[in-house]
Design a binder for this molecule. Structure first.
Ligand SMILES: [Zn+2]
Length: 445
């Protein structure tokens, strides 16, 4: 053993230079030993230095933890494994906190990569102090890290702002793996939002400490989930804003995949969104409408497969929400107040009874929205959106024929007259010849 340890000490970096070698696994055996005679302390010291200063060593160390766990499973009982890993995690908590105090960027990346570290109060506090002391510094690896999702939903505004900055700077989008590795956050988040909406929380929805989550953890990860740990969320409107930001930074296919799997991290979110469309809190409503739109554009008609809500119910929730019309009458511009109508119509393809719903949307844009109480820019945007929606239904003129002529005349003042005449000709003659013309001129709108 001593010989192997001396070889490790003299062979460059303990972890990255010994990748795939069983020698490095010996370091974990030293952890569990009571007597640490030379050269054991030197090896442990060298290992610490390498993990906190070399990115490759840090990553290799984590691979080895898992390998060591697999080895232990072959030899020891469950309880003994837990005991060994308790020693390793305790040493690691010390190492990480100390290294963060010394401003090691590698350790910050480590804490954000293995986001269960951020569940531990002491490590989280050290990360918080690191970031607050050097707010301009972000991991410049051009990679997204799972821990950034944790921080995006943290009570501390500095951490949220920092996470937003780091995510935007990476110019990449979250994929299935990253979203799935933050599953715990989404589960805690869903429980919190459901409690606030006074919705019953499904039994299948675990939280950080439920059996379902902890059973999937290795003993190493398990020790970070201490009993006093509690994820500290910000007030609800800020959760919605962070969720909206996160969805805008996630691949649409990832959103669709986690919904299709029926147990993905986002699976409870659509139902929460639908319930929250009735909120009277401005920021929650705007962010929720935007989340609704992200889901509709990513998941399309599958959004409606949950039988607990229907497109009509969503439409009614929005149109009957006094806050919606109040916002339309205010000076401030929120483009989402009109934009969602278009994604909503797109999601209706293949949904039964869609004709009536499209009709309701067009009626809203052409008639209700054109009231003098509504700000002029919303009225114009609404008409433009109504035209775009109408063009999607040229194959189905029965929808367009229901548009009352007075609204079509209104269009004549705001839009290209020639285009309007072609639309009228098409509606009244049902000729594909006009369809051809209309489509070729669509770019004018
Ligand atoms: Zn190294």
């Amino acid at each position: 053993m001593e010989e192997t340890l001396r070889k490790l000490l003299n062979g460059g970096h303990i972890w990255c230079h010994n990748a795939n070698s069983t020698d490095s696994l010996m370091v974990f055996q030293i952890f569990s030993m009571k007597e640490r005679t030379p050269p054991m302390p030197q090896v442990l010291y060298q290992s610490k230095v390498n993990i906190t200063t070399c990115y490759d060593c840090m990553m290799e160390y984590h691979k080895c933890i898992f390998k060591f766990y697999k080895e232990c499973q072959k030899i020891f009982e469950k309880d003994s494994i837990k005991g060994v890993f308790r020693i390793i995690t305790e040493e690691d908590i010390e190492r990480i906190c100390q290294s963060l105090e010394n401003k090691s960027l590698i350790t910050l990346v480590e804490a954000l990569t293995f986001s269960y570290y951020l569940i531990h109060p002491r490590i989280l506090k050290s990360v918080q102090e690191f970031i607050k002391g050097d707010i301009e510094r972000t991991p410049s690896r051009n990679e997204l890290l799972p821990g950034e999702i944790n921080l995006l939903f943290h009570q501390d505004a500095t951490l949220r702002v920092w996470a937003r900055k780091a995510i935007t700077a990476s110019k990449r989008k979250f994929d299935d793996d990253l979203i799935d590795s933050s599953r715990g956050i989404f589960e805690a988040l869903s429980s919190k939002l459901m409690t606030e909406l006074k919705q019953p929380i499904p039994q299948s929805l675990p939280n950080f400490f439920s059996k379902k989550v902890t059973e999937t953890l290795t003993p190493y990860e398990f020790h970070f989930y201490t009993l006093e740990t509690k994820f500290l969320f910000p007030p609800t409107p800020l959760i919605w804003r962070s969720l909206d930001f996160l969805l805008s930074q996630t691949h649409p296919e990832t959103i669709a995949t986690t919904i299709h799997s029926r147990e993905g991290p986002f699976v409870h979110i659509p139902k929460i969104i639908v319930q929250n469309l009735r909120t009277q809190e401005t920021y929650s409503f705007l962010a929720c409408l935007s989340c609704f739109s992200h889901f509709l554009s990513s998941v399309k008609e599958d959004f409606w497969k949950d039988s607990s809500f229907s497109p009509l119910q969503c439409l009614t929730s929005i149109f009957e929400n006094p806050l919606y019309f109040k916002l339309l009458s205010e000076q401030e511009t929120h483009s989402i107040l009109i934009q969602w109508t278009s994604t909503f119509v797109d999601s209706l393809v293949g949904v039964e009874g869609q004709q009536g719903l499209v009709q309701q949307i067009l009626d809203f844009l052409f008639v209700r929205l054109q009231s003098q109480i509504v700000q002029a820019h919303y009225r114009n945007e609404g008409l433009s959106c109504a035209i775009k929606i109408s063009t999607k239904f040229l194959q189905n003129p029965s929808i367009l024929k229901k548009i009352p002529q007075e609204y079509l005349l209104k269009l004549a003042f705001g839009f290209n007259l020639l285009l309007l005449l072609l639309l009228l000709l098409f509606i009244f003659c049902d000729l594909n010849f006009y369809l051809f013309f209309f489509l070729s001129l669509k770019s004018l709108i």
